[in-house]
Every structure is written in C-alpha cells, then in structure tokens.
Design a protein around this ligand. Structure first.
Ligand code: GLY
Ligand code: MN
Ligand code: MN
Length: 452
C-alpha cells in the first residue's frame, strides 16, 4: 500500500457537505459551528493544535479561533467563515495564517470576515432567521459569542432586529452525515489502519523482558510519525500483566516481566482520521498454555463477530454471539460455572468483560453517530466501526490462580461494504502462532540496544 499523504480530501467535498447540510435546514434559518481554540499546557506552551472534528468536517480548515455560518434561503446555501486576520508579526512568531482575503478561494466559501468582527457581523447576519442551529457546550467560546448575538438581537427589537424564535441542535444532522464515510474518507481510514498496524508490528518486535512499557510506546509513535501520522488518535495504552485489566491504562511506566502478556491499544491519526487497534502478546514471545487458552477464546469471539459485521446485522447481535463464545470458553476452563444463556441473562460476564463490543470510528476514535437502542442499529455500507472483545482476569477475581493477571483485548477496524465487510487493520497478525513467529524472528535479528 502507498502510504504517502496524497489522498487528502478535496476542498469540493467539504463544500458539498455544507450544501447537503444546508438542504436539511429549515428555510431562512442559519447554523453556526465553531473551531477549537489553542489549549494551554503550561506557562507559554500550548498542546499541539487539533481542530474540532465537526468544524473540520464542514470546512477542512485547520486554524483555531474560527467560525462557520451556513444560511439557507430557498434553494441556496451560503457559507461564511470568520477567521484570524493576516498579521505579519504573529505569523513570524507562530506560523502562517490563511487570512481573510484568501479564505473564499481556498475554502470555496462565499464570504469571509475577521474573527475580530464576529460580534458586530453576527447580529446582522442572524436577524430575521427563522431558526438558529447551534450545538451548545461543544465550544464554550462559541456559546458566549452566540448568546451575545442573540441578546443583542432581542435587545434591539425596537430598532427592527429580530432574534430567531427557535434554537435547534445541529448534531443529529451532522452525526448522521459523518457516520457514512465517503470514498475519500475510506481511503484515509485505510491508511490510518495500515499505519496503525505497522506501529503494532514494530512494538511487538521490540518486546523483551525488562524493557519498559514506554519503550513499546516509543516504537508505536516512531512508526506512526514516519508515515505522517504525527499524533496518536488517543493516548496509547501499553499495559503489561495486571495493567491490562485497567481498560484505559495510560501510565505506560512498568517494566515488562518475563512470563506476562502485554496488551497494546493504540491508533495513529492520519489526516484527521483515527486508527484503533488492540493486540495482546507475550513479553517473551511465547504464550503459556493458560494465556493461549484465554487468547484463543477472545480471538474466536473476535473472528465470529467480524463475520457478523455485515449489512442488516447490529453490534447487539454480534455481541450476543461474542458473549456465548467467551462464556462457553470460560466454563470449559473452569473459570466460571453455570449455563451460558442463564449467565448472559444474569450479566455474569461483567467481571470479565465490562465494555461494549465496538464503536463508530472516523474523525474521532469514539466517533459520532446514533447507536440505536442498546446498540441495535443495523449496519449499512460505508459505516466504519471497531470490533474489540476482551477478557480481563484480574488478580482481584475469585478464579483459578493460573489465570490471574491475564488481560486480553483484540481489536480491528471494520468497514461495512455492500456485500459484507473489509478489515482495515488486517496487516497486523493476530493468530497466536503468527504472533509468536513474528516475535521470534525479531529476537534473532535483535541489535544491541544503545544505552544512555
Ligand atoms: N482505545 C479506546 C477504545 O478502544 O475504545
Ligand atoms: Mn482501542
Ligand atoms: Mn476502540
């Protein structure tokens, strides 16, 4: 696969999204979306800037302190962007800005104003609108601007200004659009999946007793970064031994112990799209019989769930099969007693498997989109989601001693297609034999690690 950064989304696709959204709005209404702002990390340092996913989805514009206004009038959708003005001094210190004059042409947006003018322009642009679509609590600075504009309109009713009578949350509309990925988005998600897979392979090869979890994290980040995925799509989880029983363990500071498993849940963010893979493997390159037994139960469940990730099925249906497979396996090993359907009824799996089977994936790792009641929304082509069963046999549980401290999660990213599905993350091995082979091949070619 070609991993170059070349299939980024064309500016016309962002424009078409605005038109599609505009067509769903009430006539003579307006919609506001705000960007992220820089976040202070400490003193004069900021966190690396990451655009708000909604704002990105509708603009493809990657600067902070920006806002998008969409207005619908009959068959016409007008888009206006507010953005930071050009400022040679600020740009010399902190980086280039698109600027007001360039914005319409570059973003295919009808009008552009400086963000410094939003307080004066917005009341004029919103006056007389039938409804205002706004997503409260998403960007507090945007809430302040929106509320101030509405207050201004109400306070100037006698001067002929008119506030929209209705406020509507636009998220249900945009979430539904984001749930179905375009061909260009799918191409980027395939690349995110591929880069994520390469990171996991590199981390697996680097595992050795007495290295630290953070050393494996560094291998992931190295591989992500060298393919242009400069940030992970969430904080990487490198969890060895009992740490794997903490679902979102991110300290990543323990030494890897000979005889333990290590569970990595990490994803590359490529061109704003998330990968999200989990793999579990033995620190020393060989599964113990007990580890292998648990591992193979989870793998069987994951593979069966993928078979069920096809149009017409749902996460709920697939999860029921996963529960049956995992509970039968645990009963066979003597870890739990009872009858499968009864144990499901009683939710007796919760001490061992306490999270959902999967989630939508896209610009956000936990992407937006309605799940239906109890995750029974049926799959349709061009949805992308994760499949991630796990078994977590914590030391704290009352189970046979030889299984304690084994935590396994196996996670892939699945594109639903017309005829079934495509695994976007298939490049990283998950059969226990294949993992052992990969790790042993790395051991024999292990170069001396430099020390500080
Ligand atoms: N990495 C978070 C999750 O798998 O949901
Ligand atoms: Mn994950
Ligand atoms: Mn996930």
């Amino acid at each position: 696969m070609d991993l170059s950064y070349k299939s980024a989304i064309d500016v016309t696709e962002f424009q078409q999204r605005r038109v599609r959204l505009g067509a769903q709005l009430q006539n003579h209404s307006a919609l506001l979306v705000f960007s992220n702002q820089e976040q202070r990390r400490n003193n004069s340092n900021t966190y690396p800037f990451r655009q708000d996913s909604y704002f990105w989805y509708l603009t493809g514009f990657n600067e902070p302190d920006s806002a998008l206004l969409i207005q619908r009038h009959d068959d016409t959708t007008t888009a206006t962007v507010f953005l930071r003005p050009s400022d040679p001094l600020m740009e010399t210190w902190n980086g280039r800005r698109l600027g007001v004059d360039n914005a319409p042409g570059k973003l295919l947006i009808d009008n552009a104003f400086s963000i410094d003018e939003i307080a004066t322009q917005l009341p004029k642009l919103l006056s007389g609108a039938t409804a205002l679509y706004h997503a409260p609590d998403l960007q507090p600075w945007g809430d302040d601007i929106t509320h101030a504009a509405l207050r201004h309109l109400r306070e100037h009713a006698r001067q002929g200004l008119k506030a929209p009578a209705t406020l509507i949350d636009w998220r249900p509309l945009v979430d539904e659009m984001r749930l179905f990925k375009s061909p260009a988005e799918i191409a980027l998600m395939q690349q995110a999946g591929q880069i994520t897979a390469l990171g996991h392979i590199r981390a697996m090869k680097a595992a050795r007793a007495n290295r630290f979890e953070y050393e494996l994290e560094s291998e992931l980040l190295h591989e992500f970064t060298r393919f242009g995925a400069r940030f992970p799509s969430y904080n990487s989880i490198v969890a060895s031994g009992e740490n794997a029983c903490i679902l979102h363990y991110t300290e990543n500071e323990s030494p890897l112990r000979d005889g333990d498993l290590v569970m990595i849940d990490a994803g590359a963010e490529f061109a704003m799209y998330a990968g999200d893979i989990s793999r579990t493997f033995p620190v020393n390159g060989r599964f113990s019989p007990e580890q292998r037994a648990i591992y193979d139960i989870v793998l069987r469940a994951e593979k069966r769930a993928i078979e069920l990730y096809v149009p017409g099925n749902s996460i709920k249906q697939a999860n029921l099969e996963v529960l049956r497979i995992m509970l039968s396996g645990l009963i066979e090993l003597g870890i739990i007693q009872g009858e499968v359907e009864q144990l499901i009824e009683e939710k007796a799996y919760l001490p061992f498997y306490m999270h959902g089977l999967g989630h939508w994936l896209g610009l956000d790792v936990h992407d937006v989109g309605d799940y239906g009641c109890e995750r029974d929304r049926t799959f349709e082509p061009n949805m992308v989601l994760t499949v991630e069963p796990g078994l977590y046999l914590s030391e704290k549980l009352d189970i046979p001693a030889q299984y304690k401290g084994i935590g396994v999660r196996i996670e892939d990213n699945i594109l639903i297609t017309e005829t079934g599905n495509k695994i976007l993350t298939a490049a990283v091995p998950k059969e226990a034999d294949d993992i052992e082979r990969l790790m042993q091949s790395a051991e024999t070619s292990d170069a001396q690690q430099p020390t500080l």
